[in-house]
Write a protein that binds this ligand. Sequence first.
Ligand code: CO8
Length: 283
Amino acid sequence: LLSCSSHGRLCAPPTFITQRNNSTSPKIKVDYDQTTGVAVMHMQNPPVNSLSLDFLTELCISLEKLEMDKGCRGLIITSNQPKVFSAGLDILEMYGKSPEHCGEFWKVVQEIWLKLYGSNMVTIAAISGSSPAGGCLLSMTCDYRIMADNPRYTIGLNETQLGIVAPFWFKETMVNTVGHRNTEVALQLGLLYKPAEALKIGLVDQLVPEDQVFTVATQTMTKWLTIPEHARQITKSMMRNPTIDKLRTNREADIQNFVSFITKESIQKSLRMYMEMLKQRKA
Ligand code: CO8
């Protein structure tokens, strides 16, 4: 079993867990077409686009650059990894790490959500594969979601299945997307929906054949960009600012909550069991 020292610093992960090398190659590829004002962000963090500290930092920097460019009006987020949009937060950033590391990690998770949920750009998620947990959150921060119609893929906030609790701003993003009742059931059971079920509850907006996800995302973007920009942006802020403001004013407390929760021995044990389950499933 995992053991913790008395001052909360956790032991190094056991050897069955692969520590991935921090590759220096870019984890995000951005194609920006200045004539259309649309940027495409390709996530390329093998094998499953898990949202590590490095990856999220790179995502933040790329987003900041695009947001500052007034000519950039639309952003499509997609994945270069086969079968997966994003596997969510990198569990290895939360397992066997010091409280300081966990705090730093959580701050970047907050930052990416704040930036994307409050973005002035039209944002579209081109969901070309599975999108559990943080991958689902990333999708829900966008204005519109187009998913590959393949029943092998799933999307949802499955945190309870890992023995962890989705924080209030994950929950509110989901409520804002699929309503209170759907969220209540989805979050308690940690449901991962197949595309058709996700469409039914409004977790995604459109299903298309796998090879058309990107084309349809581009066509949809063109439509969204015909709406007068200022009116659309103010409307978006009106819908989203109450949730954004809540996190902004509680940011430090939210970090403290996360750190004290995630470093608990029982939670670390749950994460470890979940990682073991992933390995066994693979075998
Ligand atoms: N973090 C780290 N490593 C991961 C993750 C992850 N989220 N997901 C998969 N991996 C690893 C696997 O262990 C495996 O490692 P290895 O090659 O060393 O054996 C490798 O990535 C490939 O994974 P699979 O073989 O499972 O790949 P598949 O293509 O078969 O499946 C899936 C892809 C569907 C994405 C599958 O990997 C999966 O279901 N992953 C787990 C997804 C998940 O449950 N993520 C939850 C993350 S927690 C989160 O995002 C929110 C946390 C909120 C915290 C709040 C606390 C208060």
